[in-house]
Design a protein around this ligand. Structure first.
Ligand code: SF4
Ligand code: SF4
Length: 288
């Protein structure tokens, strides 16, 4: 594996760097998963001996469309292709391999089994007053995801003030995107130009600083070295046509907590209110 990684580093093309970023993100995710596993309270046996009223059987909760986002499916496929190819084959033409692999197409097609409940519906009917016990036959990544989302939902239900509730959800999604999108550096800035700008695609219109612009001016919140002084969720969720084409993209409907606690108009406000600070966005969300 390491030999193949070194090969990608040595060719240093836009697409080889993109594949390397996906591989790095995958490794980082493995560490996060270990931490989640250690902090999990899921029990995997003896469901019969438990008071069934308080047991949340995670195996009966459906979360596939939220867990397997199109981006995750595509990246999983790329990782699998990269893992399965031999060094001998890839070394014949690593550039072409990377160009082909980033074009991987995936389809998202899941059918909910009749005896399962969608996680969003489950959360919307959740009662926060019970001390729940989480059960699953196996403690895998998807089960840990369900536990994490439901525990956060219980915490949100316990917050009585609506604005505080929204603020918690806002921070959750924003921090997730910071970790998943920003820290993995898919925008691939070199000398203040992002990958889309280096390819001179029509969007964005400015020549540097990525998409942090307002119509034709630089955004007022942008400072030296790409530092932004506000926490704008719409900006974080945004992914330009260049990156979307490569499979990097986030949709509000992918986020369980957004779907469970915000109505359509509120979600719309969050997604499209660019260049704004958190407080002003939340104020508008509250009145939707
Ligand atoms: S989202 Fe696209 S346009 Fe914006 S900074 Fe990233 S690569 Fe550039
Ligand atoms: S508010 Fe948005 S556009 Fe402005 S600097 Fe921050 S991230 Fe960039």
């Amino acid at each position: 594996m390491q030999e193949k990684i070194e090969l990608l580093k040595s060719i240093n093309t836009d697409n080889s760097r993109f594949v390397l970023k996906i591989l790095e993100a995958f490794e980082k995710n493995k560490i996060n998963l270990k931490n989640k596993e250690n902090n999990s309270s899921i029990i995997t046996n003896c469901i019969d001996s438990l008071d069934k009223k308080n047991v949340i059987n995670l195996d009966k909760i459906w979360s596939k469309p939220y867990f397997y986002t199109t981006m995750r499916l595509k990246f999983n496929e790329i990782i699998e292709k990269f893992s399965n190819i031999s060094y001998e084959v890839i070394s014949k033409n690593p550039k072409k391999f990377c160009n082909d692999i980033v074009k991987t197409k995936v389809t998202k097609d899941f059918n909910k089994p009749n005896d399962c409940i969608d996680i969003v519906e489950f959360i919307q009917n959740l009662n926060s007053s019970n001390d729940y016990v989480f059960f699953a036959k196996e403690k895998d990544e998807e089960t840990l995801f369900k536990e994490d989302q439901i525990k956060k939902a219980i915490h949100i239900i316990k917050i009585k003030d609506k604005k505080e509730q929204f603020s918690y959800i806002y921070d959750e999604i924003y921090n997730y995107l910071d970790e998943d999108f920003i820290s993995n550096k898919y925008c691939d800035f070199i000398n203040d130009k992002c990958i889309a700008q280096r390819h001179l695609v029509l969007y964005p219109m400015n020549r540097k600083d990525g998409c942090c612009f307002m119509q034709i001016r630089k955004c007022n919140h942008l400072h030296e070295h790409g530092v932004c002084d506000v926490k704008c969720l719409a900006c974080r969720l945004f992914s330009c046509p260049y990156l979307s084409k490569k499979g990097v993209g986030y949709w509000a409907s992918d986020f369980v907590l957004l779907k469970a606690f915000l109505n359509k108009n509120q979600r719309k406000q969050l997604i499209f209110d660019f260049y704004k600070d958190k407080d002003s966005v939340l104020e508008k969300v509250l009145h939707k």
